[in-house]
Write a protein of this length. Structure first.
Lengths: 300, 310, 540
């Protein structure tokens, strides 16, 4: 337990009691959460990352004779779909697309969110008004409907779906960054930098953002979970990536009419993969958040 | 107060106008042709032109928009392409279903999430709390349509406890409601816990405790009373969002609400119906938000509405 | 009408000027309670819906779940197979398409071709509406007029021209066309008769008809209808007391509805569901050869010199399609591979050949024509036919095996497909398209798909550029040939010529599959995918 936040040195309290203290338990629990989270994430992400290396059947070309095999069939661990394509292979290859979309989307939404939030928080005035209004307006829009419309408008490609998810997600990091920057800009070091004659952009980029980045990044990481869920929801409503390349949402969406007819594995297993990954990322993010907060509390 | 209300109502109208305009433009830009959906199969260009003319789609988009606004000011939202009757009427026929589902879901959520959140706050840093914590995270980690499918198969098909789809009796509401509640309880209980932890650790609670106030009273009359604004805000926001259509759940369970209606209308490019649905639900959601904001002074006399919050 | 609900809500929420907190709280509580109670009440008062499955005694109740919203009980604007079943239960036409896809008389006592361009119709003398008012020839005249008055009428589009109506006496009238219209008795089966005074040039939601059922309640918004037996029916009275109709577009939802007993009958089910339902002991499947043709049609607008303009190449590609595997693996055996250019159920169909699977021959023929590295784009509208995406994805592999690269483009619903089909949205090579038939006649399909002319192609109204004057000439000739034998000979010639051009990579006809719970003891499905509700019987 080297990562205990409370230093056990120089105290009259015996270590045994100390370990049972609320703070120590809290630290331990956040560690448990992170480990469980990392485990869940790893179980999904590692095979997905290795999809091209693993000895798997082709995810796109199937053997029609091997149609709709249930899981644990010889040669097909998770069974096949009606086209005779190996479900494991499809989930792993599909995971690459889904994760790529998710990662690109949070990269983009994180970037937009942090820049817009920092600008709103630091400059205030009309910049803040415009950005805040935009945030509010987006809140009141029927989001899913808008996303469907935009996907219909530009066609369902990886790029469009990534952009759509990023647009849906930028408010959260933006709001958080804005709130944090509002606090940060009143701190002495910012005033000092200003007195030293540093440009405003430089102050934001070099001094303020590094100070708030850890907290913001945790939120952005948590958005990855949302992005994966959103991609699957869009696919479910028919706005998925072009065939025949699989994505998680697409596999579920294709399987849903077969779900009721007995081919349960086509929906259940990719659903478990999504849930496992999202749970992992959420736990990881939650544990990290606890830790970042504690670190802040200790330093300030 | 009246000035504040007036300002908020004006904002509501502006937001509604903005939303409807965005939807109007997106719909006209999106590929696809409403006429094809309402002409005979394998239509000729003449037939398509006739349908377009009938729906006024042969006009320039700006003209269509101005006509639409003009009619809107007169209270005429337009006629649904698909149902050939007032789009407003179609939406209002469906709205009670969505409201019923949203009310039921939010009520069950509040009943479960508040005690759970309070419990988690009181039991902070115990193994039980860790378990509840992970369980709530798991609750918000599953795709909602997937939860819906699983519930559908288990409880409607295999056990046959509840009707699978549509609205046939009040028991139809159980599964869609449950699907929503699983996610919402996870989100709201975590919020309750966060607020309660903050308040339970606040100096005023420590002082009250030292004066011998009972733990029960401390929890509910002190800490929870002070956590109620963010909690009510969260519940209100979620309720408002549900009015915009619990789209996915409605689609999975074929619940005849506005969410299901709008997805269907989108596939058929029923422009007036989509616009009407968006308008009605956005205005309704904004009004719910307004109502929630107006409750603040009741819950906490320190809040006065004249000042802008934030 | 009722307008501005949002607005009136807004003013309702803002009555306050200096109101006390208590008053506001009370008001908010009231609004809240009102919303809950109001919505719960209206929800309860909503469609009582498809609860018929548990009904028993007497004639019993039947609960049907359609695959599309039955927007009205009229067919002026739209019509799909299952709707016919319900619409005909309330409103009838002069004729109907019978079990063998030949026209049968209903309200007409006789319907005869009395001159090359004139049909003489006599109404039955015993027919009347559900309120006992008589059916007049004026009702027929008005109905016919209104079907042609509504814009883009589904039904009117099937008539080459509007027949001219002339009254002879109280029960007799003639229908005259400028060119001979030998299929008028079939076509008139889609013109539903309503009292002239109650008819309008739009779809009728309510009102009365001559059918064996009458409407007890109708909600077009949620697509739920309740029909009850017409005790005044002029013919043999219906066996059922009551029919409840609702809809569910999601196939899975309908399967759940019938397995859970919520529905008694679901129709037009997909092969996957059929396979699953076969295993259920409470459910029986009825399977009939259908009339809908689905084909992988080549783009005939390719520039000269493109490999697809060569009939040999088109034929070669068809050898790459392993249709037996497709049928058994992806369609569960409930479709049949086409043996001609129209479904074999249609009157006037001629067997012209069969699709064969022979990848070696495909490769060899492609090589012989000097075609290599062929790159094709397949398009189809989402859910155009059952399992469309799966079939298309399987074709990628099959064509890959003969060295052809296939790119798939699934066009989302919403009507975008039309621009693609007209060649305005982008280039493509093969289209997966379904073609329905409401008349039971091969000539309807032939005219629609292969009757393209240069003039039609100017407005892109030919069937994907299929313009062969020789063929359209034959079809035209057949359309105005009063002699049945000569007509059939002309149609045979046309179909053989079309087949020789290999217009489709593969074509098939799905069976009409209907699933019913065992308590439905008699139900007769026609090839037109509809059934006579008045003859349906249920037990228990």
């Amino acid at each position: 337990m080297s990562d205990l936040a409370v230093s056990p040195t120089r105290t009259a309290v015996p270590p045994k009691v100390l370990r049972r203290s609320a703070a120590a338990r809290k630290a331990r629990y956040s560690t448990i959460k992170m480990w469980v989270g990392a485990l869940c994430t790893g179980v999904v992400v590692v095979p997905v990352a290795l999809a091209r290396v693993l000895p798997l059947p082709d995810p796109v070309h199937g053997v029609l004779r091997e149609t709709s095999l249930p899981p644990l069939s010889p040669g097909h661990l998770l069974g096949t779909d009606p086209n005779g394509r190996d479900l494991l292979s499809r989930i792993l290859h599909g995971g690459q697309t889904s994760l790529l979309i998710g990662l690109l989307a949070i990269l983009l939404s994180g970037l937009i969110g942090i820049v817009a939030g920092a600008a709103a928080g630091y400059f205030g005035g009309w910049v803040d008004t415009v950005i805040s209004r935009l945030l509010e307006a987006q809140m009141s829009l029927p989001l899913l409907l808008m996303l469907l419309l935009v996907v219909a408008l530009f066609g369902p490609s990886i790029l469009v779906i990534t952009l759509v998810i990023a647009i849906a997600q930028w408010p959260e990091p933006a709001r958080l960054t804005r709130a944090l920057v509002l606090v940060e800009r009143e701190k002495p070091y910012v005033a000092a930098a200003r007195v030293l004659g540093l440009g405003r952009l430089r102050i934001i980029a070099r001094h303020i953002i590094p100070n708030i980045l850890s907290q913001t990044l945790v939120v952005v990481l948590l958005l990855l979970a949302q992005a994966v869920l959103l991609e699957s929801a869009l696919s479910f409503l028919g706005a998925g990536v072009q065939r025949p390349y699989p994505t998680w949402g697409g596999i579920i969406s294709d399987g849903r009419e077969l779900f009721v007819t007995g081919a349960w594995w086509l929906v259940t297993i990719p659903g478990v993969a999504i849930a496992l990954l999202v749970l992992g990322v959420n736990l990881l993010g939650d544990g990290l958040r606890d830790r970042v907060r504690r670190a802040k509390a200790v330093t300030s | 107060m009246p000035r504040y209300l007036l300002k908020r109502l004006l904002q509501t109208v502006l937001t509604a106008w903005f939303t409807v305009t965005v939807v109007f433009v997106l719909l006209r830009m999106a590929p696809g042709d409403p006429a094809v959906n309402y002409a005979p199969p394998n239509p000729s260009s003449e037939q398509l032109a006739a349908v377009r003319h009938e729906f006024g789609l042969d006009q320039p988009v700006l003209g269509q928009y101005l006509t639409y606004l003009q009619h809107l000011l007169r209270g005429d939202i337009g006629e649904s392409f698909q149902f050939r009757q007032s789009a407003l009427q179609v939406v209002l026929d469906r709205l009670p279903y969505t409201i019923t589902l949203a009310v039921a879901a939010i009520a069950v959520t509040a009943l479960l999430a508040i005690p759970l959140g309070v419990w988690m706050a009181r039991r902070g840093n115990t193994a039980g709390e860790l378990g509840a914590n992970i369980a709530t995270i798991a609750g918000q980690s599953m795709p909602d349509f997937w939860i819906g499918f699983v519930l559908l198969i288990v409880f409607a098909v295999n056990l046959q406890w509840f009707p699978p789809s549509g609205f046939t009796s009040m028991s139809s509401i159980v599964l869609p409601c449950l699907t929503i509640v699983i996610l919402q309880v996870a989100l709201v209980s975590r919020l309750v816990r966060r607020e309660m932890v903050t308040n339970l650790n606040a100096p005023y609670v420590t002082i009250a405790r030292s004066r011998g106030v009972s733990e029960r009273r401390l929890t509910w009359r002190y800490a929870f009373a002070n956590s109620s604004i963010p909690v009510v805000t969260a519940l209100g926001t979620r309720f408002a969002a549900m009015l915009n259509g619990v789209v996915i759940v409605e689609v999975v369970f074929k619940w005849p609400g506005v969410g299901e209606l709008v997805v269907d209308a989108l596939e058929r490019r029923d422009f007036p119906l989509i616009q009407a649905t968006v308008l009605v639900t956005v205005v309704l959601a904004l009004l719910v938000q307004l109502l929630v904001d107006m409750l603040y002074p009741l819950m906490d006399p320190r809040v006065r509405l004249q000042e802008a919050r934030r | 009408m009722s307008d501005k609900v949002g607005m009136s809500g807004a003013t309702g929420a803002g009555p306050g000027r200096g109101i006390s907190r208590r008053a506001l709280l009370q008001f908010a509580g009231l609004v809240g309670a009102g919303t809950v109670v109001g919505s719960a009440l209206s929800a309860c008062a909503g469609p009582q819906g498809a609860g018929g499955a548990t009904g028993s005694g007497g004639g019993g109740k039947l609960s049907i779940v359609l695959n599309r919203n039955l927007v009205s009980l009229d067919n002026k604007l739209n019509q799909y197979d299952a709707a016919v079943t319900v619409q005909r239960a309330v409103r009838q036409a002069l004729t109907r398409i019978g079990q063998n896809l030949k026209p049968e008389l209903v309200l007409a006592q006789s319907f005869e071709l009395t001159a090359p361009t004139t049909w003489t119709v006599k109404l039955r003398d015993d027919i009347h509406y559900s309120d006992k008012s008589p059916v007049t020839v004026e009702d027929v005249e008005t109905a016919l007029k209104y079907y042609f008055q509504v814009k883009a009428s589904f039904v009117a589009a099937q008539f080459p021209e509007q027949p001219v109506f002339a009254k002879i006496d109280d029960r007799t009238f003639t229908l005259t066309t400028s060119k001979p219209l030998v299929t008028l008795d079939s076509l008139m089966s889609n013109i539903l008769i309503t009292p002239a005074k109650a008819n309008k040039p739009e779809e009728l939601r309510e009102g009365i008809g001559t059918g064996p059922f009458k409407v007890a309640s109708a909600d077009s918004g949620t697509g739920t209808y309740r029909l009850v037996r017409n005790e005044n029916y002029w013919g043999e009275k219906a066996l059922l007391d009551e029919v409840n109709i609702s809809y569910q577009e999601e196939e899975g939802g309908r399967v759940i509805a019938i397995t859970s007993g919520q529905a008694d009958v679901i129709d037009t089910i997909t092969p996957e569901s059929a396979a699953a339902l076969k295993k259920n002991n409470d459910i029986e499947l009825i399977q009939e050869p259908g009339t809908r043709l689905i084909h992988l049609f080549y783009n005939f607008r390719k520039p000269a010199g493109h490999p697809l303009t060569n009939p040999k190449v088109r034929e070669a590609l068809s050898y790459a399609v392993d249709h037996d595997s497709l049928i058994s693996s992806l369609m569960n055996g409930v479709v049949s591979s086409a043996e001609g250019v129209v479904p074999k159920t249609l009157a006037g169909f001629v067997r012209t050949g069969q699709y064969a699977f022979d990848p070696a021959k495909a490769k060899q023929m492609l090589a012989a024509e000097g075609v290599s590295k062929l790159d094709l784009t397949f398009i189809w509208e989402e859910s155009e036919f059952a399992g469309a995406a799966r079939v298309m994805e399987a074709l990628v592999s099959m064509l890959g095996d003969v060295g052809v690269t296939v790119k798939l483009k699934e066009i989302p619903k919403g009507g975008e497909i039309n621009a693609w089909r007209r060649g305005e949205a982008g280039d493509w090579d093969v289209l997966g398209n379904g073609y329905g038939n409401q008349t039971g006649l091969a000539i309807t399909n032939l005219q629609g798909q292969y009757g393209g002319t240069a003039e039609k192609e100017k407005t892109r109204d030919s069937y994907h550029g299929f313009v062969f004057p020789e063929i359209s000439g034959l079809i035209d000739q057949a359309g105005s040939e009063p002699d049945a034998a000569k007509r059939d000979a002309l149609l045979k010639q046309a179909q053989e010529k079309i087949w020789a051009l290999s217009p489709a990579m593969w074509a098939w006809t799905p069976d009409n599959v209907l699933a019913k719970r065992k308590r439905v003891t008699s139900l007769e499905l026609s090839p037109a995918n509809s059934y006579d509700l008045s003859k349906v019987r249920v037990s228990g």
